[in-house]
Structure formats: C-alpha cells, structure tokens
Design a protein around this ligand. Sequence first.
Ligand code: FCB
Length: 444
Amino acid sequence: MAEATIHFPKGFLWGCATAAHQVEGNNTNNNWYYWEEQGRTRHKAGLACDWWGGRWREDMDRAAETGQNTHRLSIEWSRIQPTPDRWDEDALERYRAMLRGMNERGITPLVTLHHFSDPLWLFEQDSWENETVVPLFEKYVRKAVEALKEYTNLWCTINEPNVYALNGYVAGDFPTGKSGHKGMNLAMRVLVNMLRAHAAAYKAIHEIQREARVGYALHYRPMVAARSWMPLDALMRNIQYKGINMAFPTALRTGVMQSPLGNVRVPEVKGLQDYLGLNYYSVDTVKFDLFNPKELFARRYYPAHADLSATKFIANIPEGLFDSLQWAVKTYPDLPIIITENGVEDPDDRIRPRYLAQHIQQVWRAVNFNWPVKGYYHWSLIDNFEWERGWTQRFGLWGLDVETQARIRRPSVDLYAEICRENGLSSEMVRKYAPEVLEKMFPG
Ligand code: FCB
C-alpha cells in the first residue's frame, strides 16, 4: 500500500446538487404535486427539506462549513409564474435571497431552470408535448435570469431531458404516465421541444448576460452487452444505448436528433453549450430477452456480483464515470465538463464512503489526462424527496428525519469535507472512511 495524496487543479468546483421540488416543500402548483395527489408516488413531498420555509440557510451553513465552494440548485417555474399571466415577484425575491446567501457563504450557485417539475397550467396544456412550450420557457427563463443574474453566471437549462421524456412517456413512472407506442412518439416530440427550448434559452441568457456559461445536464448511462459471444446482446445494447443516451448529445453536435423512430433536424441547437453537464450514477448490463417486448426485447440490469445500493437502484461502478468522461471528451473535444450529479442511496452510509472516494479517484484520472473537467457535484447534500420513489431512497451526505426536520450527520459528510478542503484525496482519508477499498485504490 502506497501513501499518497491525489490533487485537483486550483479552482476546482466542489459541491452538491439539489432540485426545487425535492427540497423546498409545499410546492402545490406543479405536475408532481398532482402526481402525488393521484397516489402515483410512494409518499408525498410535503415539507421536503423545508428550504422554502428558510432551512436552506442552515443547510448552506453546513455546505460552507464542510468546505464546499459551489451548490447546484433548481428554481421552480410554478412559483415564479403561478399562472400564465402573472409573475410572483415575492418568489423571485426569495430566490434572490437564497443565491445571495450562497454568495455570502463563499458558495457559487449553479442554477438549473427546469428540473422535472412543470407548472400545473403548463401541464394542463400538455407540457412539453406541445411546441408552444418553447416561447413560454424562453419567457420564463428571461424573467428568472434578469432577476438572478447579479448572483451567478452558471446556468443549466434543463435537467436530464432523456429521463423526463422516457420516464414520463415510455416507462410511465413520471407524470404524464403515458406509455406504449403512442408514448414513444410523444417522448420524441418532448425531446425535440426540449432541444428547441434549450436553444432559445441559451441565446436569451447570453443576450442578458455576456459572461454566462450555459449548459444542460445529461443523464448518461454507459452500457455493456451481457454476453460477448451473443450478437443479439450487442444489438440490444446498441439500441438501448442510443435510445436512452443520444438524443441530446447528437443534436448538440450535429443539429440532428437521432431517435429509434427516425431522425429530426434541429439545426438551431448545434453547438449551443458552454459546458457539458454530466450526471453519472452507474453502468447497465444489457441482454436480449424474448419475453420482454415492453422494453423492446432488452433487459437492463446489474450483474449479480455488483456492489449494490440499499434498494439495488445503483451499482458502484466507478470506472463507468471515467468511461463517461472519455466519451464526453471524444464527442466534444475541448468543451468543459462539469459532473452535475453523482451519488448513491444509502441510509446507513455503508457504501457511500467508498462510492464517493472511488468515483472521485476516477475524476482525478480524467483530470490527469488534461481532460477539461471543472467540477463535481455530489447528489445530494441532504436526503430529499426522490420522485415516484418518495422517501424510500436516501441520497444525502446528511440524513433527514422527515417528521422532525432534524439533520443527521453521516460519516460521508466528513470524508467529503476533507476532500473539498484538501482539493484532493489521500490514502489516509480512504484508510479512515473506506478501508475496504484502500488496497484497490492505492496499491503497491
Ligand atoms: C437523477 C435526478 C435527481 C435525483 C437523482 C437520484 O436522475 O436528476 O433529481 O433523483 O437522479
């Protein structure tokens, strides 16, 4: 075992990511509230982490005191524009206070403008299925960016367009819950509208703020074929890989959105990103499965020996992050990359310390090839409302007692604090927090 410390470039961004509906609480004017009321989620968001009630302050104290220098949050469209003809200036004032509070604590905000939640009035007019969403989104973005530009120049237009479209229209877990062949067609329409909206927002933000840096967050899933000797596994892997990952990346590179149902030209979006936001969680194994027509005869799963999270939602496969970064660099040479999400659900902090340390080591490998990785956001700062899975998954460095709002400090808080403060990771830290992977990470 070698004693060593690995270092990151000066100015590297270290923080956590959250989303409005998952932490604010009392969001009762959006599609997710409707979904919860319909009984389509395991629990209700309720007060969530009570950030709207002001507890963002204590949580930002926690982030700052533990060495974080940035935070990715999202703002809630339904609060800012509660009805199509009304802006809520008080809501904007609250967001201004939040961002100002982050600045005062030495925390650079990265603001996401859309993270899965839509105002109810938009939902009632078919949300992103309808192309009228494009100018509506642009209008909202202009209003929000004008109000908040004093406090940040880092923007993320849309979080995980692929997850929004596929979960909402193919898998049926997210609102709208549509699925089947009709759902597939609608998902493609949603993605095209999201691309157009991204392009409109990108241009609008730059018009308002010259020095803005604008991107979106891609949920990227590396995939491997289950059996190397089985051509049908390779075929299924390729279909799934392209279908799930490639709509946005190819459109941004070429101006053409590729989809399993055909290609669509979206020339206006070509090249419009100042960084690539990458959300990486795990790698899927893909197998041909004659008995699974619902997923187009493919099955995606984690291998039996995988290092699995509490509800088996995530497998700890750190090399997948390196592979994702390599894909990003090959696809967009020289484009800065920000890891906008990475994390694991783990109420007992059994796997999180090693997940954290091993993934950060992979980021370091990438940085050592001079790949332009600029920051890392852990999902998440504190346990929060996990969409249709409700409170069954605990992604926080800090735990949350949903009844009492008490925050519970998990050991990973201290590991991440040491990493952020050191701007690096040492064998000593791994020995202390994740000794089981010490030899693997620092052999010799
Ligand atoms: C991502 C979402 C985020 C959170 C994590 C666990 O897909 O962007 O809101 O739910 O998964």
